[in-house]
Design a protein around this ligand. Structure first.
Ligand SMILES: Cc1cc2nc3c(=O)[nH]c(=O)nc-3n(C[C@H](O)[C@H](O)[C@H](O)COP(=O)(O)OP(=O)(O)OC[C@H]3O[C@@H](n4cnc5c(N)ncnc54)[C@H](O)[C@@H]3O)c2cc1C
Length: 228
Protein backbone atom coordinates (compact mmCIF):
# COMPACT_ATOMS: atom_id res chain seq x y z
CA UNK A 1 0.00 0.00 0.00
CA UNK A 2 1.30 3.47 -0.95
CA UNK A 3 2.20 5.74 2.01
CA UNK A 4 1.89 9.52 1.72
CA UNK A 5 2.54 12.38 4.11
CA UNK A 6 -0.41 14.29 2.68
CA UNK A 7 -3.37 13.31 0.52
CA UNK A 8 -5.51 16.09 -0.93
CA UNK A 9 -8.98 15.07 -2.11
CA UNK A 10 -10.13 17.35 -4.92
CA UNK A 11 -8.06 19.20 -7.52
CA UNK A 12 -9.95 22.47 -7.94
CA UNK A 13 -8.59 25.87 -6.83
CA UNK A 14 -8.19 24.82 -3.22
CA UNK A 15 -6.81 21.35 -3.89
CA UNK A 16 -4.02 22.36 -6.25
CA UNK A 17 -2.90 25.11 -3.84
CA UNK A 18 -2.86 22.70 -0.89
CA UNK A 19 -0.94 20.04 -2.84
CA UNK A 20 1.49 22.61 -4.22
CA UNK A 21 2.42 23.97 -0.77
CA UNK A 22 2.65 20.48 0.71
CA UNK A 23 5.05 19.45 -2.08
CA UNK A 24 7.10 22.65 -1.57
CA UNK A 25 7.63 21.58 2.04
CA UNK A 26 9.14 18.35 0.72
CA UNK A 27 6.19 16.21 1.79
CA UNK A 28 5.18 13.17 -0.25
CA UNK A 29 1.90 14.35 -1.65
CA UNK A 30 -0.97 12.81 -3.58
CA UNK A 31 -3.79 14.72 -5.24
CA UNK A 32 -6.96 12.72 -5.85
CA UNK A 33 -9.42 13.94 -8.43
CA UNK A 34 -12.34 12.29 -10.16
CA UNK A 35 -11.05 13.48 -13.54
CA UNK A 36 -7.55 14.60 -14.45
CA UNK A 37 -9.12 16.99 -16.95
CA UNK A 38 -10.72 18.75 -13.94
CA UNK A 39 -7.34 19.74 -12.59
CA UNK A 40 -7.43 23.49 -12.04
CA UNK A 41 -10.87 23.85 -13.64
CA UNK A 42 -12.22 27.35 -13.06
CA UNK A 43 -15.74 28.10 -11.94
CA UNK A 44 -18.36 29.17 -14.48
CA UNK A 45 -17.31 32.80 -14.41
CA UNK A 46 -13.60 32.41 -15.14
CA UNK A 47 -12.32 35.48 -13.36
CA UNK A 48 -9.75 35.83 -10.62
CA UNK A 49 -9.95 38.63 -8.09
CA UNK A 50 -12.59 41.34 -8.00
CA UNK A 51 -13.82 43.19 -4.94
CA UNK A 52 -13.54 40.94 -1.89
CA UNK A 53 -11.45 38.29 -3.61
CA UNK A 54 -8.39 40.26 -4.81
CA UNK A 55 -6.77 40.15 -1.41
CA UNK A 56 -7.37 36.41 -1.07
CA UNK A 57 -5.75 35.70 -4.43
CA UNK A 58 -2.86 38.05 -3.55
CA UNK A 59 -2.31 36.45 -0.16
CA UNK A 60 -2.25 32.98 -1.73
CA UNK A 61 0.25 34.36 -4.27
CA UNK A 62 2.54 35.84 -1.61
CA UNK A 63 2.44 32.59 0.35
CA UNK A 64 3.80 30.74 -2.70
CA UNK A 65 0.53 29.73 -4.34
CA UNK A 66 -0.09 29.26 -8.05
CA UNK A 67 -3.43 30.95 -8.77
CA UNK A 68 -2.01 34.35 -9.78
CA UNK A 69 0.98 32.95 -11.66
CA UNK A 70 -1.16 30.63 -13.79
CA UNK A 71 -3.84 33.35 -13.92
CA UNK A 72 -1.37 35.85 -15.41
CA UNK A 73 -0.25 33.35 -18.03
CA UNK A 74 -3.83 32.78 -19.15
CA UNK A 75 -5.41 36.20 -18.59
CA UNK A 76 -7.21 37.88 -21.48
CA UNK A 77 -8.39 41.07 -19.75
CA UNK A 78 -7.56 42.98 -16.56
CA UNK A 79 -9.59 45.63 -14.82
CA UNK A 80 -9.34 47.57 -11.58
CA UNK A 81 -12.83 47.82 -10.15
CA UNK A 82 -14.06 50.74 -8.07
CA UNK A 83 -11.33 53.15 -9.23
CA UNK A 84 -13.73 56.06 -8.74
CA UNK A 85 -13.79 55.25 -5.01
CA UNK A 86 -11.02 55.11 -2.43
CA UNK A 87 -8.11 52.63 -2.63
CA UNK A 88 -9.55 50.53 0.21
CA UNK A 89 -12.23 49.22 -2.16
CA UNK A 90 -10.19 48.84 -5.36
CA UNK A 91 -10.09 45.34 -6.70
CA UNK A 92 -8.03 43.92 -9.56
CA UNK A 93 -10.01 41.44 -11.61
CA UNK A 94 -8.46 39.31 -14.31
CA UNK A 95 -10.68 37.59 -16.84
CA UNK A 96 -9.16 34.24 -17.65
CA UNK A 97 -9.21 31.88 -20.62
CA UNK A 98 -10.58 28.73 -18.94
CA UNK A 99 -8.94 26.27 -21.33
CA UNK A 100 -5.53 27.94 -21.09
CA UNK A 101 -5.74 28.06 -17.29
CA UNK A 102 -6.46 24.32 -17.11
CA UNK A 103 -3.73 23.58 -19.64
CA UNK A 104 -1.05 25.55 -17.76
CA UNK A 105 -2.22 24.20 -14.39
CA UNK A 106 -2.05 20.61 -15.62
CA UNK A 107 1.42 21.26 -17.03
CA UNK A 108 2.56 22.79 -13.73
CA UNK A 109 1.22 19.94 -11.58
CA UNK A 110 2.61 17.29 -13.94
CA UNK A 111 6.05 18.92 -13.70
CA UNK A 112 5.93 18.73 -9.88
CA UNK A 113 6.49 15.74 -7.63
CA UNK A 114 2.80 15.55 -6.75
CA UNK A 115 1.23 12.17 -7.57
CA UNK A 116 -2.08 12.78 -9.30
CA UNK A 117 -4.53 9.92 -8.75
CA UNK A 118 -7.61 9.82 -10.94
CA UNK A 119 -10.17 8.13 -8.73
CA UNK A 120 -13.11 8.78 -6.44
CA UNK A 121 -12.42 8.97 -2.72
CA UNK A 122 -15.23 7.20 -0.90
CA UNK A 123 -13.98 6.92 2.69
CA UNK A 124 -11.50 8.53 5.02
CA UNK A 125 -9.64 5.86 6.98
CA UNK A 126 -9.36 6.21 10.72
CA UNK A 127 -7.54 4.23 13.42
CA UNK A 128 -7.70 4.98 17.16
CA UNK A 129 -9.40 8.30 16.43
CA UNK A 130 -6.60 9.35 14.04
CA UNK A 131 -6.86 9.78 10.28
CA UNK A 132 -4.64 7.23 8.51
CA UNK A 133 -5.60 7.47 4.85
CA UNK A 134 -8.24 7.40 2.15
CA UNK A 135 -10.20 4.64 0.44
CA UNK A 136 -10.77 5.08 -3.28
CA UNK A 137 -13.31 3.41 -5.51
CA UNK A 138 -10.72 1.78 -7.82
CA UNK A 139 -7.32 2.12 -6.12
CA UNK A 140 -8.58 0.90 -2.72
CA UNK A 141 -6.84 2.02 0.49
CA UNK A 142 -4.05 4.60 0.34
CA UNK A 143 -2.26 5.51 3.57
CA UNK A 144 -1.47 9.06 4.63
CA UNK A 145 -0.64 10.97 7.80
CA UNK A 146 -2.80 13.92 6.77
CA UNK A 147 -5.91 14.17 4.59
CA UNK A 148 -7.09 17.52 3.20
CA UNK A 149 -10.64 17.70 1.90
CA UNK A 150 -11.28 20.22 -0.91
CA UNK A 151 -14.28 18.76 -2.68
CA UNK A 152 -15.92 22.07 -3.63
CA UNK A 153 -19.58 21.74 -4.54
CA UNK A 154 -19.43 17.97 -5.11
CA UNK A 155 -20.59 16.49 -1.78
CA UNK A 156 -24.22 15.48 -2.34
CA UNK A 157 -24.19 18.01 -5.19
CA UNK A 158 -27.34 18.73 -7.18
CA UNK A 159 -27.98 20.96 -10.17
CA UNK A 160 -31.31 22.65 -10.82
CA UNK A 161 -32.29 23.59 -14.39
CA UNK A 162 -35.59 25.32 -13.90
CA UNK A 163 -37.78 22.58 -12.45
CA UNK A 164 -35.40 19.78 -13.44
CA UNK A 165 -33.08 18.46 -10.70
CA UNK A 166 -29.99 16.33 -11.39
CA UNK A 167 -27.40 14.85 -9.07
CA UNK A 168 -24.04 16.31 -10.13
CA UNK A 169 -20.88 17.90 -8.71
CA UNK A 170 -21.15 20.42 -11.51
CA UNK A 171 -22.06 20.00 -15.18
CA UNK A 172 -20.44 16.84 -16.52
CA UNK A 173 -19.25 15.62 -13.08
CA UNK A 174 -20.95 13.14 -10.78
CA UNK A 175 -21.98 14.05 -7.25
CA UNK A 176 -19.77 12.66 -4.43
CA UNK A 177 -22.46 10.73 -2.60
CA UNK A 178 -20.33 8.04 -0.93
CA UNK A 179 -17.91 10.51 0.63
CA UNK A 180 -20.81 12.72 1.71
CA UNK A 181 -22.45 9.71 3.38
CA UNK A 182 -19.20 8.92 5.18
CA UNK A 183 -18.74 12.51 6.36
CA UNK A 184 -22.32 12.87 7.52
CA UNK A 185 -22.08 9.66 9.51
CA UNK A 186 -18.60 9.92 10.99
CA UNK A 187 -17.92 13.63 11.30
CA UNK A 188 -21.23 14.15 13.05
CA UNK A 189 -20.41 11.46 15.60
CA UNK A 190 -16.78 12.47 16.20
CA UNK A 191 -16.76 16.25 15.79
CA UNK A 192 -20.39 17.28 15.59
CA UNK A 193 -19.87 18.45 11.98
CA UNK A 194 -22.49 17.74 9.34
CA UNK A 195 -22.94 18.77 5.72
CA UNK A 196 -24.90 21.94 5.15
CA UNK A 197 -26.54 23.15 1.96
CA UNK A 198 -25.08 25.99 -0.08
CA UNK A 199 -26.87 27.35 -3.15
CA UNK A 200 -25.00 28.85 -6.12
CA UNK A 201 -26.90 30.62 -8.88
CA UNK A 202 -25.71 31.47 -12.35
CA UNK A 203 -27.35 33.63 -14.94
CA UNK A 204 -28.02 32.22 -18.43
CA UNK A 205 -24.91 32.06 -20.63
CA UNK A 206 -25.16 32.91 -24.32
CA UNK A 207 -24.67 30.01 -26.71
CA UNK A 208 -22.16 30.44 -29.55
CA UNK A 209 -24.87 30.63 -32.21
CA UNK A 210 -26.35 33.66 -30.41
CA UNK A 211 -22.95 35.15 -29.61
CA UNK A 212 -22.06 35.43 -33.27
CA UNK A 213 -25.11 37.66 -33.73
CA UNK A 214 -23.69 40.30 -31.37
CA UNK A 215 -22.38 43.24 -33.29
CA UNK A 216 -19.02 43.59 -31.54
CA UNK A 217 -18.08 46.73 -33.49
CA UNK A 218 -20.93 48.69 -31.90
CA UNK A 219 -19.85 47.86 -28.33
CA UNK A 220 -18.02 50.35 -26.18
CA UNK A 221 -14.42 49.50 -25.34
CA UNK A 222 -13.48 49.29 -21.66
CA UNK A 223 -10.35 51.24 -20.90
CA UNK A 224 -7.98 49.13 -18.86
CA UNK A 225 -6.19 50.95 -16.08
CA UNK A 226 -3.63 49.12 -13.99
CA UNK A 227 -2.32 50.28 -10.63
CA UNK A 228 1.39 51.12 -10.91
C1 LIG B 1 -22.94 26.58 -10.83
C2 LIG B 1 -21.79 27.17 -10.06
C3 LIG B 1 -21.33 28.42 -10.38
C4 LIG B 1 -20.26 28.99 -9.70
N1 LIG B 1 -19.81 30.21 -10.09
C5 LIG B 1 -18.78 30.77 -9.44
C6 LIG B 1 -18.27 32.03 -9.86
O1 LIG B 1 -18.72 32.62 -10.82
N2 LIG B 1 -17.23 32.56 -9.18
C7 LIG B 1 -16.67 31.89 -8.11
O2 LIG B 1 -15.72 32.40 -7.56
N3 LIG B 1 -17.16 30.71 -7.71
C8 LIG B 1 -18.19 30.13 -8.33
N4 LIG B 1 -18.66 28.92 -7.94
C9 LIG B 1 -18.10 28.30 -6.77
C10 LIG B 1 -16.94 27.42 -7.17
O3 LIG B 1 -17.34 26.11 -6.86
C11 LIG B 1 -15.72 27.84 -6.39
O4 LIG B 1 -15.40 29.19 -6.60
C12 LIG B 1 -14.46 27.08 -6.75
O5 LIG B 1 -14.56 26.31 -7.90
C13 LIG B 1 -14.23 26.21 -5.57
O6 LIG B 1 -12.97 25.62 -5.72
P1 LIG B 1 -12.66 24.32 -4.91
O7 LIG B 1 -11.24 23.99 -5.14
O8 LIG B 1 -13.10 24.48 -3.50
O9 LIG B 1 -13.60 23.19 -5.53
P2 LIG B 1 -13.91 22.68 -7.07
O10 LIG B 1 -13.30 23.61 -8.02
O11 LIG B 1 -15.35 22.44 -7.06
O12 LIG B 1 -13.09 21.34 -7.10
C14 LIG B 1 -13.51 20.19 -6.39
C15 LIG B 1 -12.63 19.04 -6.83
O13 LIG B 1 -12.91 17.95 -6.00
C16 LIG B 1 -12.94 16.77 -6.78
N5 LIG B 1 -13.75 15.80 -6.03
C17 LIG B 1 -14.95 15.99 -5.46
N6 LIG B 1 -15.33 14.90 -4.79
C18 LIG B 1 -14.33 13.99 -4.95
C19 LIG B 1 -14.13 12.66 -4.51
N7 LIG B 1 -15.03 12.04 -3.76
N8 LIG B 1 -13.00 12.03 -4.89
C20 LIG B 1 -12.06 12.66 -5.64
N9 LIG B 1 -12.18 13.91 -6.10
C21 LIG B 1 -13.31 14.57 -5.75
C22 LIG B 1 -13.52 17.19 -8.12
O14 LIG B 1 -13.19 16.27 -9.14
C23 LIG B 1 -12.83 18.55 -8.27
O15 LIG B 1 -11.56 18.38 -8.86
C24 LIG B 1 -19.68 28.30 -8.64
C25 LIG B 1 -20.16 27.03 -8.30
C26 LIG B 1 -21.19 26.47 -9.02
C27 LIG B 1 -21.67 25.08 -8.66
Amino acid sequence: MEHYDVIVIGAGHAGVEAANISEKYGLKTALITKNISDLGKLSCNPSIGGVGKTHIASEVDILGGVICKIGDKSAIHYRVLNLSKGPAVWGVRAQIDRDLYSKYMQKYIKSSKIDVIEDEAINILEKNNKIVGVECLSAGKIKSKVVILTTGTFLNGKIYFGREVKEAGRIGNSSSKELAKFINKNFTMSWNLSLQKIMEYISPILQNKIRTKISIATLQKQIIKLIK
